[in-house]
Design a protein around this ligand. Structure first.
Ligand code: ADP
Ligand code: MG
Length: 352
């Protein structure tokens, strides 16, 4: 186990800046996620950790030691194959053994190591089976065993479960989190799925155009996003961000939501309200602001997404259960002032 750090690392491919001045510290034993849209530099970060790429500038450290010029083999960081694919023509046991056989490790040592890893991952009883006879969760464990058999300092996964169907993805996510906790080994995980990142990571880094925009626990970042970009990347439906005008009160979204002026910091240009924080009630004249109209209602079973039309904006509210909201009816919108996010002209957060 070892911590992994970047100090101002930049990596370019020709004119493309794949990773720009990235700095972070991943603690030993941590489940750390890189999350961002496609082409934001996530895979390049993994390649820099593995040693498949060398930084143009800055330093990569493993266990506090600079490794810019250390070969991938000596770094001993394990990449878990994409989609956690196993060799279908080999048994689970042969799959796990494979990295050691490839390195010509003596038979007795292989046996001892495979037994130890199989015990850790509770897969001893599966080793004789071909992958086709394993459940999704079992395949996951076998694939991780194959990565662990080398006893790496950290293991890396690049969007490993994106190809699985939704149900299997949920199952695998829970399984991965459990395995990582049991093993207590550093796991660095790339995903472009916000729900996956939020649910799986101890901490995560949010990427955009090769830059790290924010690092923190999922809840820290969700509750206090550093920018509009980060705010709208996490959460579904995404955060409503609306223009605000100072009058007697702070008038948000055409004056359909009113807030006490005292809450609004100087320089506020946009106001953010998460769908679960937007309160929708039948219209009443003492609301003070203007009514919004119910534009669409999407029942999801446990929750309902209600889209509201303010005249110029479409806002989304996430309501518990099946609320009694009529299509096209006039409604009063409000929000607990403590839940409102403020952004400046450039999209930076001004706090809450
Ligand atoms: P992500 O994994 O977030 O999708 P990548 O790290 O793969 O992003 O890519 C970041 C940027 O670097 C992209 O613009 C991509 O096109 C570019 N890039 C990545 N690898 C190479 C390469 N081997 N050659 C040229 N450009 C690359
Ligand atoms: Mg990638």
């Amino acid at each position: 186990m070892a911590g992994i750090s970047f100090r101002n690392v930049t990596k370019c491919y020709g004119k493309t800046v794949a990773v720009a001045n990235a700095s972070f510290d991943i603690q030993s034993g941590e489940f750390f996620c890189f999350f961002g849209p496609p082409l934001s530099g996530k895979s390049t970060i993994l390649k820099l950790i593995l040693g498949l790429e060398t930084p143009d500038e800055g330093e990569v450290l493993i266990g506090g030691q600079p490794v810019n010029h250390v070969s991938p083999a000596v770094r001993n960081v394990a990449m878990v194959f994409q989609n956690l694919a196993l060799f279908p023509h080999m048994t689970a046991g042969d799959n796990v053994r494979f990295p050691l056989v490839e390195r010509k490790v003596p038979d007795a040592a292989i046996r001892a190591r495979v037994d130890a890893v199989a015990a850790k991952l509770h897969i001893g009883h599966l080793l004789h089976k071909p992958p086709s006879q394993l459940s999704g969760g079992e395949r996951q464990r076998v694939a991780i065993a194959r990565a662990l058999v080398r006893d790496p300092v950290a293991y890396l996964m690049d969007d490993p479960i994106s190809a699985l169907d939704a149900r299997l993805r949920e199952e695998t996510r829970v399984e991965l989190k459990r395995i990582q906790r049991e093993l207590g080994q550093t796991l660095i995980y790339v995903t472009h799925d916000q729900e996956e990142a939020m649910s799986i990571a101890d901490r995560m880094a949010i990427m955009e155009h090769g830059e790290i925009r924010q690092v923190g626990t999922p809840v820290e970042i969700y509750d206090a996003p550093a920018s509009r970009y980060v705010a709208q990347l996490l959460g579904a439906p995404m955060m409503n961000i609306m223009p605000a005008v100072r009058g007697e009160r702070l008038e948000i979204a055409e004056g359909t939501i009113l807030l006490p002026l005292g809450r609004a910091p100087d320089g506020v240009s946009g106001v953010g309200i998460r769908p679960e924080d937007l309160k929708v009630e039948p219209w009443r004249v003492d609301h003070g602001g203007k009514p919004a109209r119910v534009f669409e209602v999407e029942p999801l079973g446990g929750y309902t997404v209600v889209t509201l039309d303010t005249g110029t904006e479409k806002l989304r509210a996430l309501m518990r259960g099946q609320p009694d909201v009529m299509l096209d009816s006039a409604v009063a919108l409000s929000c607990n002032p403590a839940k409102v996010h403020f952004f400046d002209q450039a999209g930076g957060a001004l706090g809450r």
